[in-house]
Design a protein around this ligand. Structure first.
Ligand code: HEC
Length: 110
């Protein structure tokens, strides 16, 4: 009779752990879907997942250092880096989105 509550406890912990990891996976999935959707808005010019389109004048973003990427986006946004297009594009992204984009492209293989 002393074994039963212990088993219930173990079962509860196992269930709780399973639920927590499921919730974590669901959250991770949601974030990556959002970031991929954001990154797709850059693909027309910078290539799919930031891999430069062959022969294109626009640079690729894949594998660029995360900090450099974020700094350039912020520089475009606040006008400290002159651009033909990016100063307008960068204005459409929040600081959090810029961080997410920088992390995403930095993690892509060239
Ligand atoms: C309409 C085309 C276009 C789109 C869309 C676009 N870019 Fe650009 N991007 C450019 C061009 C052109 C340059 C070169 C700077 C300039 O003249 O605007 C550039 C430059 C950059 C640079 C600087 C690269 C370097 O080598 O210093 C970064 C970083 C960048 N873009 C990030 C992004 C991100 C992130 C997105 C999506 C949110 C994006 N761009 C969407 C055209 C585009």
């Amino acid at each position: 009779m002393r074994v039963r509550p212990r088993l219930d406890g173990v079962a509860f912990i196992a269930l709780a752990a399973a639920a927590a990891s499921w919730a974590g996976a669901a959250r991770a999935q949601q974030v990556s879907t959002t970031v991929r959707a954001l990154a797709a808005t850059c693909a027309a010019c910078h290539g799919t997942d930031g891999r430069a389109i062959e022969g294109a004048a626009v640079p690729g973003l894949a594998g660029m250092p995360q900090l450099y990427l974020a700094e350039q986006m912020n520089a475009f946004k606040n006008g400290t880096r002159q651009a033909t297009l990016m100063h307008q594009i960068a204005k459409g992204y929040s600081p959090a989105q810029i961080e997410q984009l920088a992390a995403y492209f930095a993690a892509q293989k060239r």
